[in-house]
Write a protein that binds this ligand. Structure first.
Ligand SMILES: Cc1cc2nc3c(=O)[nH]c(=O)nc-3n(C[C@H](O)[C@H](O)[C@H](O)COP(=O)(O)OP(=O)(O)OC[C@H]3O[C@@H](n4cnc5c(N)ncnc54)[C@H](O)[C@@H]3O)c2cc1C
Length: 419
């Protein structure tokens, strides 16, 4: 490892490389399987694989991963779809990870094996899941997977995102774009409001008489003051936010009439973006790794499942106290998990975890805000220990600088995960 790479990955990674697994003569290398090649999974795989004494396999059905982060810029016509997609070649070629494009369909914790859709049965010493989220269809009456092809959620990036973009493109000037927001917890708390901001930015240029209606199940949201002051400044009267206390949240959709219903009202949409309630990715459910909340209880120091030993869960699927379900959180958790696994396999001392989340949020094409939050364990739960955020009265130049920083962050971050 060169000194440049040591600096790139930090002290923890260098320490991970120095670990030598305890093996007896003739024993094969320890086997780590990672299920899910999204942000959490790709990061765990890469950081475990920095130790060449461990065999790492990554199971992911997609040949290329599309990031949700920055996908709202694509919706606004500010970024190409291609610029959001990443392949797995570097993980395989540079780090020796065995990338298998398949779906993991079951886990046998007693035999310590994973079965893949195409029939392969793979043994593991340590198993990591980062399967992201699944959607709770039909909690909103009439909203199922088929209807999502007409009223997209676009809450996993890919064909759904392209569909929503095409619908916004085709919408006439003066149309109504409805975004529905579920109760917490869900993937990316500021995401729906960033989406409203960037859709408004697009409408302002191309269809200025259009309106955006946000039907929220909640009564407040993260960075609300920053969003609402920017909406007043950039898009006066274009965005209306209706909190749960007025609407009771969305109860049903009528796809034929293009109507979104709450307990007391019906709203006609030209384009409807229904973001349904969410739970941990479906394998976590069927493998018995979730609790009654639908998410995976874990030890918030090691990320080991509280349901099964030697199985770890990171990213959106895990219950992680105050940590939001975000890409940076998933990446930060994944590194702690990787070094914990390496320590377990080698009998070395576990590194002390350092968990944080940084997020850039766009309010327009040239206005972005950021937050940086660190977390500390308190009675077994990750709690916020420090926070720094943009302010409502930041100068225009500060906000423009955040737009430039966000673009640079994207390149560095995706390189850290997939490069
Ligand atoms: C519109 C939007 C904007 C966002 N913006 C930001 C942002 O600005 N900053 C930020 O930090 N976060 C942002 N996020 C959140 C971020 O994208 C997620 O939190 C992050 O992707 C979570 O990583 P993950 O590994 O848990 O899940 P994912 O990245 O979704 O990865 C899960 C992977 O698991 C695979 N998988 C699932 N089941 C199986 C199985 N059985 N077998 C094999 N593979 C399987 C899937 O194919 C998928 O590739 C945004 C999200 C949205 C929707």
């Amino acid at each position: 490892m060169t000194s440049r790479t040591r600096r790139e990955f930090g002290i923890g990674a260098a320490a991970g490389l120095a670990f030598v697994p305890r093996m007896t003569r003739g024993q094969t290398k320890p086997r780590v399987i990672v299920i899910g090649g999204g942000i959490g999974g790709a990061t765990v795989a890469k950081y475990v694989a920095l130790n060449r004494m461990v065999d790492v396999a990554l199971i992911e059905p997609k040949l290329r991963y599309t990031t949700c982060f920055m996908s709202n810029l694509y919706l606004a016509g500010l970024r190409s779809f291609e610029s959001l997609t990443h392949g797995y070649e570097a993980l395989a070629d540079r780090y020796g990870i065995k990338v298998i494009h398949d779906v993991a369909i079951s886990i046998n914790p007693a035999a310590k094996t994973v079965r893949l859709k195409r029939g392969m049965e793979m043994p593991y010493d340590k198993l990591v899941l980062s399967p992201g989220v699944a959607f709770k269809f039909n909690v909103i009456d009439g909203y199922d997977e088929a209807v999502a092809e007409i009223m997209p959620h676009a809450w996993t990036a890919g064909p759904q995102t392209k569909l929503l973009r095409a619908q916004l493109d085709a919408m006439d000037d003066g149309g109504v774009f409805i975004i529905t927001v579920p109760q917490n917890p869900f993937r990316c708390p500021p995401g729906p409001y960033e989406r409203a901001s960037l859709a408004a930015y697009y409408f302002k240029q191309s269809k200025p008489r259009s309106k955006i209606l946000i039907l929220d199940a909640k009564d407040s949201f993260f960075e609300q003051d920053l969003f609402q002051s920017s909406w007043d400044q950039h898009y006066p009267s274009m965005i209306e936010w209706l909190p749960g206390q007025f609407t009771g949240g969305v109860t049903a959709v009528d796809v034929k009439a293009s109507v979104v219903k709450t307990a007391s009202d019906s709203f006609t949409a030209n384009v409807a973006n229904i973001i349904p309630p969410q739970v941990a990715g479906s394998l976590a459910q069927t493998a018995g790794l979730t609790d009654e909340s639908g998410w995976c209880p874990i030890d918030q120091v090691t990320f080991e499942s509280k349901r099964q030993p030697d199985i770890y869960v990171v990213g959106d699927a895990a219950i992680t106290g105050d940590m939001p379900k975000s890409a940076l959180s998933a990446n930060s958790q994944a590194k702690v998990c990787a070094f914990t696994i390496l320590a377990e396999l080698t009998g070395s001392q576990r590194p002390s975890p350092h968990l944080f989340n940084t997020c850039y949020t766009y309010l327009s094409g040239n206005d972005a805000v950021s937050d940086a939050i660190s977390f500390k364990l308190d009675s077994g739960t990750l709690k916020i220990s420090g926070i720094s955020m943009s302010k409502v009265d930041d100068k225009t130049e500060v906000r423009r600088e955040a737009v430039r920083e966000a673009a640079a962050w994207y390149d560095a971050f995706t390189h850290d995960v997939f490069g």
